[in-house]
Ligand binder design. Sequence first.
Ligand code: NAP
Ligand code: F7E
Length: 323
Amino acid sequence: MPRALVTGITGQDGSYLAEFLIEKGYEVYGLMRRSSVVTDQRIRHLLGRVELLDGDLLDEGSLVRALRTSTPDEVYNLGAQSFVPASFTAPVMTGEFTGLGVTRLLEAIRLFDAPVRFYQASSSEMFGKVVEVPQTETTPFYPRSPYGVAKLYGHWITVNYRESYGLYACSGILFNHESPRRGLEFAPRKIARGVARIKLGKQKELHLGNLEARRDWGYAKDYVRAMWLMLQQDEPDDYVVATGETHSVGEFVELAFRRVGIENWRDYVTVDTALFRPAEVDLLIGDPAKARAKLNWEPEVSFEGLVNLMVDADLELEAQTPE
Ligand code: NAP
Ligand code: F7E
């Protein structure tokens, strides 16, 4: 039975990856940091089928212990401070979790001295103020937030450990991916939930920031499959994972309202400049040609399919939740 250790198992991707690996027959270990509040909502249905280990990307010793307990074949580093606006208000903490955290884990793996395969959750935010359209594995980086800068450090330290120590280490440059399990503060989930609540009469309007920004949005379940595929190849490498389509935030809003039968969506949306970022990423669109050719990976859910499934899920959830 192959064994995997997943950091960030309580997050959106961690929960889908854990499900995917269990289905593939893996013994799954998840690193979870202590909290005074409940953080296992996304993996509660998996309790008993995953082994949860106490640990924190800030604490090297806890990473060493997690490796010793799990003796993994594969390590997926999904743990991070992943919300871009929070990285502007907490840039140092973001650097610690999202940047240096990668080195702590890589160093723990190097000293553990076993043939572990490593996946790093890199991000299209590294392309930031894009210098090429669409973005590929060879596009130069130009991050626009402390989060993007921290991820860039994580990307290069992964490449460096591969080249310096021969570690099987891959950096997956994943573009935005969403689901009903997405954190409430990210634009697509905020929109899906807001639209559902407006439809049900629980909310009157939706406050959003920059509606012009464009993203290449995919479905999280499709993207965790790509993570696994990267670790099944003969040689480690870096891959862009994207749909190859770009849409504006405004288009997401329009489709979401349309799903609940509301066409005059502008009547419900207020643009709040307080939600604008100090530096914005205006346009992202990835070219997944390499992932398609080498990993045989294709996204299965379209942009409209994603909007619809997210709105439908939030409608169901909100209908069951008393105010
Ligand atoms: P997420 O929902 O925000 O999950 C982040 C996870 O990291 C949570 O489990 C969180 O634990 C954990 N974490 C935070 N700080 C930690 C620390 N110091 N030590 C250990 N764990 C810590 O993020 P996601 O959307 O699943 O994304 C997974 C990874 O992919 C992240 O690294 C993210 O930056 C990256 N990424 C995401 C996207 C995307 O569109 N979703 C695209 C590219 C890259 P708590 O539950 O305790 O907070
Ligand atoms: O913003 C605009 C905002 O917060 C998308 C993370 O998973 O993907 C994610 O980063 C766009 C931005 O995601 C609101 O200005 C408008 O242009 O959903 P988001 P993100 O910043 O692209 C990358 C790939 C990651 O790696 C990150 O971890 O939407 N926008 N109005 C808004 N954004 C938010 N959050 N809230 C608004 O009200």
